[in-house]
Design a protein around this ligand. Sequence first.
Ligand SMILES: Cc1cc2nc3c(=O)[nH]c(=O)nc-3n(C[C@H](O)[C@H](O)[C@H](O)COP(=O)(O)OP(=O)(O)OC[C@H]3O[C@@H](n4cnc5c(N)ncnc54)[C@H](O)[C@@H]3O)c2cc1C
Length: 392
Amino acid sequence: MKIAILGGGVAGIASAIAFRQQGFDVTVHERRAADENIGAGIVVWPNAAFVLAQFGVLDEMAAVAARPRAMRRLSRHGDDLGALDIGLIDARMGYPSLSVLRTDFQRILTSRLRSLGVDVQYGRRVVHIDTGDDEARVHFGDGSMLTADLIVGADGRMASCARRYVTGANTPIYQGFVNWIGVYEGPDITFDMDAISDYWGTGERFGIVPVGPHTAYWAGGAAQDAVGARDPAACHDELLRVFADWPAPMRQIIAGTPAARINKIHVHDHDPVATWHRHNLVMIGDAAHAALPTSGQGACQALEDAWHLARCVASHPDDLGQALQAFTALRFQKTAGITMAGRSLASSLFDRDEAACRARDENSRRADFTQLAMAMADGWSRHLPLRAGVPG
Ligand SMILES: Cc1cc2nc3c(=O)[nH]c(=O)nc-3n(C[C@H](O)[C@H](O)[C@H](O)COP(=O)(O)OP(=O)(O)OC[C@H]3O[C@@H](n4cnc5c(N)ncnc54)[C@H](O)[C@@H]3O)c2cc1C
């Protein structure tokens, strides 16, 4: 069976690896001119670490990652709002949580794919998908056209051609906040490698994820009513204005991050849809179920899609329709739940009402973090053969 994958992001590369491991013939078509990326970092939660272990790259990933043990919540003034015990999640799921820079993450996956005999084809922008003889036909910007036995649409959340082909529309929903993301590297700050720090304000939030003693990726978020300008040169000033009177690490991190390593994102997601395939095309990753960064699970769910899809196709060798049906049935509820959980946390984090934010902080102080860790672990474990109970 010949499989063409549209998009060389997390979902595209991961599904190419999973299909190659099952012995399929794959090609990957990516619009970018080369293997560059602008992301900051990723927390690989244990469900995603499981998939990386199946790909044979977990140890390599762990060697360039930090192993956070706690996610501390703090008020914008630095007051303690409680902490999630990540060690408990890891122990319950049997795999480690890792924080890693996006460049390292993508490099390790791409080189694993290369070791399986597949190079990503860059400069291949999909412009349109239509139907001929009951199968999807993919048209590229250079005028070429492609068909395959199976087409995997992994072309992201913002303008997915695959999503338009399957559902008739592909407009993502702006969720009322912006994120500035960046990577700090420098001798002036020594990070506590054990802890992710999540500072909550009123309509504002700042998260710091260490990946080394002097390296961390970070995200500053703020409520903003409409999608506005995205001037890279203005990011420093905007950030310093929004977080001017926040505790020192934030201002130091912002000031110490070069402008070239800061990106501003107007954050969008998609409403869950239950249909993910049409004819021989299936969409995966953000194209199928983009969740907000507050879910913490976007890239992790893209990895899960990749692993499940290859197995579903391999176990229905003579019936692609049944394979895609089985895949969607397996994945829809879990990903829809994660999308809705991401929205719920975002709406409380980016609430601009002072009283509501005070109540939210008080609830966090009183929360049962053990129960929360168990619920997260059990939700993320769904449909995966994890070794629950094995120390991470
Ligand atoms: C600020 C922020 C922070 C995040 N933090 C985390 C985190 O900590 N943990 C986590 O798990 N997730 C996180 N995510 C989510 C995560 O980045 C995504 O869910 C994940 O990258 C989805 O992978 P994907 O391959 O589906 O999409 P993408 O990574 O967007 O990849 C899509 C690929 O398709 C290509 N493409 C697009 N259109 C075309 C076309 N027409 N033709 C050819 N190629 C095309 C793109 O160039 C891209 O390479 C975060 C997201 C944001 C916005």
